[in-house]
Write a new protein. Structure first.
Lengths: 281, 446
């Protein structure tokens, strides 16, 4: 039930807020995202703190603006995901969600998951949980802070990322690109590889290696440009000790301008091909 | 003074969306805020769409905020979507005293700018049969502007070059994403024509129907019609960082000058060719420099294309770096090829060099390796790592690595090529050097 605004008001105002609706925080949040989509307003503005009891789903063409907002998950589920995450019949390339922007001053206390989507822009947001990408392409991730166990987790089928200006204070790694991880569900029509990733101008304070790359025989990791990264320990770790795949699984990787106190900036567990690490310490 | 003027104010409504937006601009000038915000919802039409039949003309010191909106060029019209106030006024746009300054177009949220239905104004018909000039089909046309900023825009279906600059300086372009299905020629992304300098271009992505970024200093009659008195026709001091795109069969970054225009001080970092491996024709190159054609008065002379630095290129095109005509005082570093790449570094036609060097070149990793894990048989090898036919002058290479390639180094012409650190395996032919050429390979003359 809408409380404070009718449809035309919301259209003219250009956004929807949970305060336009009645219910629990979770209900109001979901109604706001649904109304934004149904009315083709395409923007949800959040202000204040919200307790999230189940995953909030956003449809494509959503601009989420955080105006000093916190979304706090109350359980072990993603706080926010795109709609495809909850649709059992949309795990196909042709049905991917498109155009998401998440920006402004705000925090997610819990994971955020993007699945089978493309055109995702995230700028200036704090993530207390992980920010996960599965079968997602065309991502711009800028100026965001990560304070959970892991920061950005990019798994199978994700490609074409530009990440700049990240800050991470994570217990584990700041950026994990893992093509070996079990997927929520494979997306028909997409390739499993992780590729075309640019990560630049970022600073990581992590207990584990700042950036991790893991490939498998089925899902290679290639075409990466990582530069101007600062870390406490190892900046880049490629492969996993004790697990071996052919060198072709890791190729065309560049890592340069790494600043670290560790003995080695780059640790390579697996043979690699056509890689350039001039700043390897 | 207001923060901005909204075109959804009833008193600003015109007969078309273009008129409404132009009224809002006039109102913002009167108010003094010099800023309009184009929201998603178009109150005049009651739709979440803005249709643009006539170009929106921007004055100096003016900002347009595109706020989560969708704008489309009207069907059947011949005009830009945005341009500066004097771009079509030849008396004014060619004079220094009418140089415009400080124009910004900033996208917020999900901004989509759509070329809509193509109007069939083509290179072969423009200016003939009562058709207008082709520049009417630029989505953005900027002429004689000092201080320009464009950010966070998704551009679809451009009718020709999407963003075109002439005699512009101090320009910052960031976060532009293209999506074009190339059904007409030359659906470029960003074009810098004569007289452009001091550009900073960063984070350009997507798919264009021709060159993604083209720096082309050519002095054709139509270009010279817009020549600004007191400004030179060179292109210089351009910084490009992070281009991750599919250029169809053309170049991700195109550098070209002729007719006495100079092209210099170009700094390029991180170019990734992400073209679709299933298409029949690979893209041209990450960086294409020069050409033997396209000149009007005379071709570029030695020294006029100079001071190009480029690093971190990943290519699956016909070349990683393609060169033609002339190049001097330039340096290229960290070049990787994969997929269908034919040549690592190559000449298109002929080229003269002076003080040009390449270092850290990796050639190989064919598509079959990537997707099937299949190793090629020697008969299937193709391409050349260093392909320099009809070369002249001096050119140096250091740390060249290749595998599964038909030919290592192919050189002809009056050229001295020094290759230091050449590591190859699985070659059918290591060297193909003509009698008039000098190749010094790993400190030994061949």
């Amino acid at each position: 039930m809408r409380r404070n605004a009718n449809m035309l008001d919301m259209l003219l105002r250009g956004y929807v807020t949970p305060e336009d609706f009645a219910g629990t925080d979770t209900e109001r949040l979901q109604k706001a995202f649904d109304a934004s989509h149904e009315l083709n307003i395409g923007r949800v503005v959040l202000k204040g703190s919200y307790a999230v009891e189940k995953t909030i789903l956003m449809q494509g063409m959503t601009d989420l603006v955080l105006d000093d907002a916190t979304l706090c998950g109350t359980g072990d589920f993603p706080v926010l995901a795109n709609a495809n995450y909850a649709k059992n019949d949309s795990h196909s390339w042709s049905l991917q969600d498109r155009f998401f922007t998440i920006r402004g001053k705000g925090r997610f206390l819990g994971d955020v998951l993007l699945y089978n989507a493309f055109h995702v822009n995230i700028d200036g947001v704090e993530f207390g949980g992980a920010l996960r990408f599965s079968f997602v392409s065309e991502v711009r991730l800028y100026n965001s802070r990560f304070t959970g166990n892991e920061g950005v987790v990019i798994t199978m089928g994700s490609n074409n990322f530009i990440m700049q200006g990240l800050i991470a204070e994570c217990k584990n790694s700041a950026v994990v690109m893992d093509a070996t991880a079990d997927e929520y569900d494979y997306v028909i029509g997409k390739e499993p590889e992780i590729h075309e990733i640019i990560l630049q101008d970022s600073s990581f304070h992590t207990s584990a290696s700042a950036v991790i790359l893991r490939a498998s025989l089925d899902a290679k990791v290639y075409n990466m440009q990582l530069d101007h990264l600062v870390s406490d320990g190892v900046t880049l770790e490629i492969g996993k000790a004790g697990e071996t795949v052919p060198a072709e699984c890791y190729f065309n990787l560049t890592g340069e301008h790494f600043t670290t106190d560790a003995k080695e900036a780059v640790v390579i567990h697996n043979s690699v091909k056509h890689c350039y690490f001039p700043s390897e310490k | 003074m207001l923060e901005y003027i909204s075109p959804n104010d009833e008193k600003l409504f015109g007969k078309t969306d273009s008129e409404t937006l132009q009224n809002a601009i006039s109102e913002a000038e009167k108010d003094g805020c010099r800023q309009i915000l184009i929201p998603r919802y178009n109150a005049r039409m009651g739709k979440c769409e803005w249709r643009i039949p006539v170009s929106i003309k921007l004055p100096s010191n003016f900002t347009v905020i595109l706020d989560n909106c969708y704008m489309v060029q009207e069907t059947g019209v011949y005009d830009n979507m945005f341009t500066n106030m004097y771009s079509w006024d030849f008396d004014k746009c060619t004079k220094m005293e009418y140089e415009q300054e400080n124009i910004a177009i900033i996208g917020r949220g999900n901004v989509i700018l759509d070329g809509g239905v193509h109007n069939h104004l083509l290179e072969k018909t423009a200016g003939k049969y009562n058709q207008p000039p082709l520049r009417r089909n630029n989505m953005f046309l900027w002429i004689n502007v000092n201080g320009l900023r464009m950010e966070n825009l998704h551009i679809e279906n451009q009718r020709w070059w999407a963003i075109n600059h002439m005699f512009c300086s101090n320009v910052k372009i960031k976060d532009i994403d293209f999506y074009a299905i190339p059904h007409v020629n030359n659906m470029d992304g960003i074009d810098l024509r004569i007289g452009c300098n001091h550009f900073d271009i960063q984070n350009i992505t997507g798919r264009t129907g021709d060159d993604v970024i083209a720096l082309t200093a050519l002095q054709s009659a139509s270009e010279l019609k817009n020549k600004v008195d007191g400004k030179d026709c060179d292109i210089h001091d351009v910084k490009i960082r992070n281009v991750k795109a599919d250029s169809y069969y053309c170049f991700l970054v195109r550098l070209l000058n002729h007719d006495g225009s100079n092209l210099y001080n170009i700094d390029i970092d991180t170019i990734m060719d992400v073209s679709d491996y299933t298409k029949k024709m690979p893209s041209g190159a990450c960086i294409g420099i020069g050409s033997l054609i396209y000149w009007h008065a005379r071709p570029a002379e030695h020294g006029e294309t100079r001071n190009i630095t480029a690093q971190n290129m990943t290519s699956r095109g016909r070349h990683a770096v393609s060169m033609s005509r002339t190049l001097s005082h330039s340096k290229f570093s960290n070049i990787k090829t994969y997929g269908d790449n034919r040549n690592g570094v190559g000449i298109d036609g002929k080229c003269s060099f002076e003080d040009v060097s390449f270092e850290h070149l990796w050639y190989g990793a064919l598509q079959q390796e990537i997707y099937a894990g299949k190793m090629l048989t020697p008969e299937e090898y193709r391409g050349t790592v260093i392909h320099l036919p009809n070369a002249a002058g001096d050119i140096n290479f250091r740390d060249v690595n290749a595998d599964q390639v038909r030919c290592g180094i192919c050189v002809s012409g009056d050229v001295k090529v020094i290759v230091d650190g050449f590591h190859c395996n699985n070659l059918l032919t290591k060297l193909d050097v003509s009698a008039e050429s000098t190749l010094i390979l790993n400190e030994e003359e061949c």
